[in-house]
Design a protein around this ligand. Structure first.
Ligand SMILES: NC(=O)c1ccc[n+]([C@@H]2O[C@H](COP(=O)([O-])OP(=O)(O)OC[C@H]3O[C@@H](n4cnc5c(N)ncnc54)[C@H](OP(=O)(O)O)[C@@H]3O)[C@@H](O)[C@H]2O)c1
Length: 252
């Protein structure tokens, strides 16, 4: 199975769960030192073979290179986890456009490319699984994190549509929608001190466990945690004119 963003946070916890179940893993991230460290840790603790790819998935050609290498080495992929992603906090007028383009590339375009290449290499009739790590941000526009929230809405919409298209083929698509979770995400997004992080947050181990379980059951959407479930229901029923000021407030 192949997992992007497997070196820290939710991706790392997911890789541990797969390794515990004796899945051989293909780990993708940019930091090669950390990739090697994760490979060594996992191979020492579990009877698994780990392959690593140091790739920057904001490069639109990286997905093609990855699947070409796997084909060359005759390594089939039966589970794909599109987990790598990042956010950026700030008023849109001030945030860095280049970073936002990279975010769209990583959070939206890379999962589309990888899903396509994954499905094309999957032999007909072989059951496959895709797990897309979206967010509760997918259910509402996000003032002060507008591009990030939009990217997660795209991933949820894409995943749900694909799940429906593939129904009956043996291939399932699960979209995991965590709420705030303690990982490197917060520092990378520049979220230090925002009100959102003073509310109860989940840990990456629990989020990964819920995602793993949902993936194995072939669920279409998994929202981990009762508070996240409640906030998703609230986002679905309350008018946006009430909700958007709250979303902006918690990001300050
Ligand atoms: N934490 C939260 O509050 C939260 C809530 C909802 C959803 N999520 C989603 O959960 C997913 C995982 O995030 P996390 O919270 O676990 O964050 P994290 O700890 O920052 O992990 C991100 C992972 O992605 C990799 N990555 C980042 N940029 C990459 C790139 N350009 N190419 C390849 N790999 C890249 C990172 O490794 P390198 O830096 O070495 O590349 C790392 O392994 C993301 O999609 C995020 O949007 C997070």
């Amino acid at each position: 199975m192949l997992i992007t963003g497997a070196t820290t946070g939710i991706g790392y916890e997911l890789s541990l769960l797969f390794a515990k179940q004796h899945f051989n893993l293909i780990l993708v991230a940019r930091n090669s030192g950390l990739l090697q460290q994760r490979k060594a840790e996992l191979e020492k603790s579990f009877p698994v073979q780990i392959k690593t790819f140091q790739l920057d998935l904001t490069d639109p050609d990286s997905g093609k290179k990855l699947f070409a290498s796997l084909k060359e080495e005759n390594i089939p992929v039966e589970i794909l986890v599109n987990n790598a992603g990042f956010g950026l906090l700030g008023p849109f007028i001030k945030t860095d456009l280049e970073k936002e383009i990279q975010m769209i590339q990583l959070n939206e375009i890379a999962p589309v490319i990888l899903s396509k290449l994954f499905l094309k290499q999957l032999p007909k009739g072989v059951p496959g699984k895709i797990l897309n790590v979206s967010s509760t941000a997918a259910f509402i526009p996000g003032p002060l994190m507008s591009v990030y929230y939009a990217s997660k809405a795209q991933l949820l919409s894409f995943g749900e549509a694909l799940a429906y298209e593939l129904a009956g083929t043996g291939v399932t698509v699960t979209t995991l929608c965590p709420g705030p979770t303690v990982t490197e995400f917060q520092s990378r997004a520049g979220q230090h001190g925002v009100r959102l992080l003073k509310t109860p947050v989940m840990n990456a181990t629990t989020v990964a466990r819920k995602g793993f379980k949902g993936l194995m059951k072939g669920k279409r959407v998994v929202v981990p945690g009762i508070l996240n479930k409640l906030s998703v229901v609230t986002m679905k029923v309350l008018p946006k004119r009430w909700l958007l000021p709250v979303i902006k407030y918690v990001h300050q």
